[in-house]
Design a protein around this ligand. Structure first.
Ligand SMILES: [Zn+2]
Length: 501
């Protein structure tokens, strides 16, 4: 094989895929057609290539080994994806066409989620959720079953005992060790979560934890009462000004395209597309206002800055592939400003008391998410552990309901699952970010976002793309390893300190 050609073509393939995503979700192209791109580059995902990279990764050491194992993971993931791409296109079309009848109005299934988050009446929220579940059960689950069953079969066909085993190998992660760490986090935060999340539900929604459903969380997170702090017209200016405070001028940099134009079919949720790393990055936003908008902008902005500051002369593998917990970690690193009292006071011009209350709220929401992902990992280890898929609905419901103490419904057991154990990237990223935060507070202070030194430090970290894994970056900052203890402290500190008045 000509490895140089393989790298060049793989980069061109990923670039085309990213461009297609960008055009579709920014509302500039109606259909999303990935199939054609996959067909044009299909030689990249040949089964023989998997064996070839596996062999090379085994024979090499140091950087050589690292690059070949990144290529092995890329090639295997695309090989699996290619097998189900028609099914995926079909499922996306089915979901886009699905409709729900809500109070006599026929609304798109996807939009019903927005209605759910904005519905103040619990009875009405329950009805919307029930209708959504029926559609998932009746229309989506059949294809989803085939989808996961095919992927499980492919993993076995490649010689692994299960899909879980395959991804643990490709990602070089011990999922069970991470699961054990998250079990400790769950038990250490249990009482605090029960008390404070339960209290929030009662105060804001007037319902008790025992009666709550997952759909009630959507409404809590929507948090309309904070909309007045997070105006849509200030979003991009605040983002740019925050970066300027650290000496980072994205306007001058020129490679991060801030797409803020309003278009009818533009995704309301911010996203980042890395078409050419680092030369052509899109940060797409369509602000509607609210805390969620700001959080998404900071998160996606973190991705954009990471890839936009990656050194152009790094090898393809380090600019496009590698450990995604790293980029998620940098995204969380900017997102954490939403839990920084002083940043809220400085940039949103709110009072000290308002900032304290919001940070308390925001940390509880974060704790909810971290606990949810701990549950997702536990469930996915069972779903993808090699046993038949059927009857996993109850397992899903039991595990997720027990971590969030809210009722999940069985129907989403195949839909609420990301490919390739992406859940572990978020979990490791949260841990990584809480250690990075500890380091930044120690070096630059609580108001790190005001210092040019912080900007220089972050730019240096970003410049390596994903050459180093999250554990390797931490060891360069003198941490021994990824340690969930930092995450527990980071999540609980502000909750414990907040005095309910
Ligand atoms: Zn992200």
């Amino acid at each position: 094989m000509n490895i140089k050609k393989y790298e060049t073509d793989a980069e061109a393939f990923l670039s085309e895929v990213e461009k297609e995503y960008y055009l579709h979700f920014s509302g500039q192209k109606d259909s999303l057609s990935l199939s054609g791109i996959f067909d044009r580059y299909k030689y990249l995902f040949d089964r023989n290539n998997i064996l070839y990279f596996k062999d090379l990764a085994g024979k090499n050491s140091g950087e050589g080994r690292k690059k070949f194992s990144y290529l092995l993971k890329f090639c295997t993931e695309c090989y699996l994806e290619r097998e189900v791409k028609d099914l995926v296109d079909g499922m996306a079309a089915e979901e886009a066409e699905a409709r729900v009848n809500i109070e006599g109005k026929i609304v798109p299934f996807r939009y019903s989620e927005v209605l759910l988050a904005n519905e103040e009446d619990k009875t009405k929220r329950d009805i919307i959720e029930e209708k959504r579940n029926k559609i998932i059960d009746k229309h989506f689950n059949k294809n989803l079953y085939t989808y996961w069953d095919t992927l499980h079969g492919q993993a076995k066909d490649l010689g692994f005992s299960s899909y879980s085993d395959l991804f643990s190998y490709l990602k070089e992660e011990d999922f069970f060790e991470l699961d054990a760490g998250m079990d400790r986090l769950l038990s250490e935060t249990q009482l605090l979560y029960e008390k404070h999340f339960g209290g929030l539900l009662e105060r804001e929604l007037g319902i008790k934890l025992e009666r709550s459903k997952r759909s009630d969380f959507a409404f809590i997170k929507r948090a309309k009462k904070y909309d007045r702090f997070f105006a849509k017209d200030s979003l991009t200016a605040i983002f740019k000004d925050t970066l300027l405070g650290m000496g980072i001028d994205i306007q001058k940099q020129g490679n991060i395209n801030l797409d803020v134009e309003e278009r009818e079919n533009k995704s309301p949720r911010a996203f980042c597309s890395t078409v050419r790393v680092p030369q052509e990055i899109y940060l797409v936003v369509m602000p509607i206002g609210g805390q969620d908008d700001y959080e998404a902008m900071l998160h996606e902005g973190g991705h954009a800055l990471h890839f936009g500051n990656t050194k152009a002369d790094l090898d393809f593998e380090y600019r496009y592939l590698g450990d995604n917990a790293v980029t998620e970690g940098y995204a969380f690193c900017l997102e954490q400003l939403m839990q920084n009292r002083q940043w809220l006071i400085d940039f949103l011009r709110i009072t000290d008391a308002e900032a304290k209350e919001f940070v308390y709220f925001s940390n509880i929401v974060k704790l909810w998410f971290v606990r949810r992902y701990a549950g997702k990992l536990k469930y996915e280890l069972m779903l993808h552990g090699g046993e038949p898929i059927s009857s996993k609905g109850k397992v899903y419901k039991d595990i997720l309901s027990s971590v969030n103490l809210m009722e999940y419904s069985e129907e989403s057991y195949l839909k609420d699952v990301d490919e390739g154990f992406y859940c572990t990237n978020y979990i490791r990223a949260w841990i990584f970010q809480s250690q990075l935060k500890e380091y930044m507070h120690r070096k630059f202070g609580y108001e790190w976002y005001r210092k040019k030194k912080t900007g220089d430090f972050l730019r240096e970290l970003w410049s390596y793309g994903q050459k180093y894994s999250s554990s390797e970056v931490l060891s360069q900052l003198d941490f021994k390893k990824l340690d969930p203890g930092y995450l527990v402290d980071s999540l609980t500190e502000e909750i414990k300190n907040y005095k309910n008045s």
